[in-house]
Design a binder for this molecule. Structure first.
Ligand code: PHE
Length: 451
């Protein structure tokens, strides 16, 4: 069967950046930063991205491009004996499962973004009843949450059903430039409002008192989640990449775009929080900054409301930004199980999309209707434990199972100059020993294995 491919380097970069730049950048990164010491968190995050996330990203991209397979098939191709074949199944299917778990809770949050996107529309048309319904979802009353989760899942499935070039690449190349435009326009507007400078200070002036094991842990989780690592997404996108490309360079551009947009999003969200304060909204709860859903779904909407009619436009732009960021990420999650079903069971793309999409939506529904007990649990399991663990798994495959010469030749394909680069001198050894060891160490810390 003919496999799809990205048509150009730009197309790949937009798709992979679209995957990386998501609610993780625009929502979690700024709020994590606000909660944990402003600039200090930013610094630790940058260091960890460079030290651990970038090398792990390279592991996934190289495996993908070399094997030109879905995540399970790719590891299976690298396996050399019975033990590594079993490990390939574990890590590969673990990736398929984790990508699906992430999508199942991500689609719920993305559904909130879609419903808030429609609020200004309801206001302009004077549909007060609709406005109340749009913002009225809660764990006890999850009807509209479910509705918008389903709409979002349908959008995701529509794009993935169209394939690599006509679906993923086309939509990412359209949506990512709009995302950047919206982000910049919003920052300019917010910076001109009273209170913004105070927010900028909280964001950028480091408070080193906060640096400790917990901060490092949450920065590592953030770095992995933000680069879409540990679930096979980057591996699969790498598998649609031409052999002509210089991989270390492409990977570095990708990491820079991701970090750059996360940092830029902080310039929007944290100042906006303090603009809201200047406009009379409470932004502290129990002595610390309001974060998480309340920040996005309560504080910011109050701010938009206080801005009068321009607030409707700002609110629309903001939730459009969020929805776009979520959609270009969610398609990359769905592609992990879909590519597996296509290549493992010989299904058509449409059939595979329907099966994977409906199973994930069914699981999302279970979470929506049991929100209090399931949402945090699924999110934590997938992002705090499975992602880093599987990320270490990919590094181990590259470092210990893949023959070193074959690895080097594969990376240098299409870009022979890479053979003599600093990257090649350091990375193969680094990814073999340091990456898995450091990741496992941090995980052991989380699990309190050291008491
Ligand atoms: N990187 C995405 C974000 O920042 C989330 C993601 C995780 C996407 C795993 C794909 C796979 O929101």
């Amino acid at each position: 069967m003919q496999r799809g491919q990205f048509s150009s380097r730009f197309g790949f970069l937009m798709a992979a950046a679209g995957s990386a730049v998501g609610l993780g950048n625009i929502w979690s990164f700024p709020t994590n930063t606000a909660e944990s010491g402003g600039g200090a968190f930013v610094l630790v995050y940058l260091v960890l991205t460079f030290l651990l996330a970038y090398p792990a990203l390279m592991a996934e991209l190289t495996i993908g491009r070399h094997t030109q397979s879905n995540v399970v098939g790719a590891l299976d191709k690298l396996a050399t004996g019975p033990f590594s074949r079993i490990a390939a199944k574990f890590v590969g299917l673990g990736g398929v499962l984790t990508a699906s778990m992430i999508l199942s809770f991500y689609a719920i949050v993305a559904g909130w973004m879609l419903s808030y996107l429609l609020v200004p529309v309801a206001q302009v048309t004077g549909a007060t009843g609709a406005e109340a319904w749009l913002t009225g979802g809660s764990p006890a009353n999850p009807g509209n949450w479910w509705f918008f989760t389903a709409i979002f899942a349908a959008l995701t499935m529509m794009i993935i059903g169209k394939g690599i070039e006509n679906g993923i690449e086309k939509w990412s190349s359209r949506l990512m430039p709009s995302l950047l435009g919206l982000l910049i326009a919003l920052i300019i507007y917010v910076m001109m409002q009273p209170g913004a400078m105070k927010g900028l200070q909280v964001y950028l002036v480091p408070n080193f008192d906060h640096i400790g094991p917990n901060l490092i842990l949450s920065a590592l989780g953030q770095a992995f989640f933000s680069l879409s690592l540990g679930v096979g997404t980057m591996l699969v996108y790498g598998s649609y990449l031409s052999k002509q490309e210089n991989l270390p360079k492409l990977g570095a551009s990708l990491a820079l775009i991701d970090v750059g947009i996360a940092f830029t999003a902080g310039l929007l969200i944290i100042p906006a929080l303090f603009v809201a304060e200047a406009a009379g909204t409470e932004i502290y709860a129990d002595g610390s900054l309001i974060a998480g859903p309340d920040l996005i779904l309560q504080v910011l909407p109050k701010l938009f409301e206080s801005m009068g009619s321009i607030g409707m436009l700002v609110s629309f732009a903001f939730f459009a930004l969020m929805s776009i960021a979520a959609l270009t990420s969610s398609i990359s999650m769905l592609e992990v199980p879909v590519s597996y079903l296509i290549e493992r069971f010989g299904l058509s793309r449409n059939r595979a999309t329907q099966i994977a999409g409906s199973l994930i939506l069914a699981f999302s529904s279970l979470i929506v209707f049991n929100f209090a007990s399931l949402f945090g649990l699924v999110a934590d399991l997938a992002t705090v434990y499975f992602e880093p663990l599987l990320g270490a798994g990919f590094c181990i495959f590259v470092g210990w199972i893949w023959n070193r010469n074959s690895l080097i030749n594969s990376i240098a394909e299409g870009a022979p100059e890479v053979k003599d680069s600093l990257f090649m001198k350091i990375w193969p050894t680094y990814v073999k020993f340091f990456c898995p060891a450091l990741i496992l160490l941090v995980l052991a810390q989380t699990l309190n294995l050291f008491g």
